[in-house]
Design a protein. Structure first.
Length: 195
């Protein structure tokens, strides 16, 4: 894919839902950057939206990636304008931020998500998102992060790497909160089996 093909793909997004427009935009950017040996990883709200199948909603795309200036050049070529720390394209109402160049989590656990034929994105692992929301819940007393961390764990309970989660808590308080979430989910599933 080259820039002109990327522009053509983005121009088709005006009638798509917000979620689909963000995913397709992220896939175009991913393809263009991979050609430059850069692999952007979706983090933040859009990663939560992907794993909750749009139960959670967000308004922007957060990428973690090296090569900020290359990403910036690609986004400018795709008609994004820079507004503060965000890149924005008004006609498709997409905002993009690259908050960091280092992934707060395991690069080995990053998931390639197929969107459509020949379209894909890379997403931080569900385990690392759960840990991120867990830390915000414990350290910042964020009730919203506690709700979404718990929901992510519950929704993906049979598929998550429980050992990884427990091994990567940083403080006793995080581990205790995670164990509370796990026990609550297990009690809920036991209760459902009895009914």
């Amino acid at each position: 894919m080259d820039i002109s093909e990327g522009l053509a793909e983005l121009n088709k997004l005006k009638d798509k839902s917000k979620y689909d427009a963000m995913l397709f935009t992220a896939s175009v950017i991913t393809k263009l950057l991979e050609a430059k040996n850069i692999r952007p990883v979706i983090v933040g709200g859009l990663s939560v939206e992907i794993y909750t199948q749009s139960e959670y909603t967000t308004r922007d795309i957060d990428f973690v990636s090296e090569g900020y200036h290359i990403i910036e050049d690609v986004l400018f070529s795709l008609k994004f304008k820079k507004e503060g720390r965000h890149f924005y394209r008004e006609d498709i109402e997409i905002a993009i931020e690259v908050p960091d160049n280092e992934l707060a989590g395991s690069k080995e656990k990053v998931v390639k998500v197929e969107i459509d034929e020949d379209k894909y994105v890379y997403v931080i692992s569900v385990e690392d998102i759960i840990l991120d929301r867990l830390r915000a819940a414990v350290h910042w007393k964020s009730e919203e992060d506690a709700v979404w961390g718990y929901k992510l764990l519950a929704k993906n309970f049979d598929d998550v790497d429980h050992d990884y989660l427990l091994e990567n808590t940083e403080l006793v308080t995080e581990r205790q909160e995670l164990e509370n979430w796990i026990n609550s989910i297990l009690k809920g599933s036991d209760k459902n089996k009895k009914e």
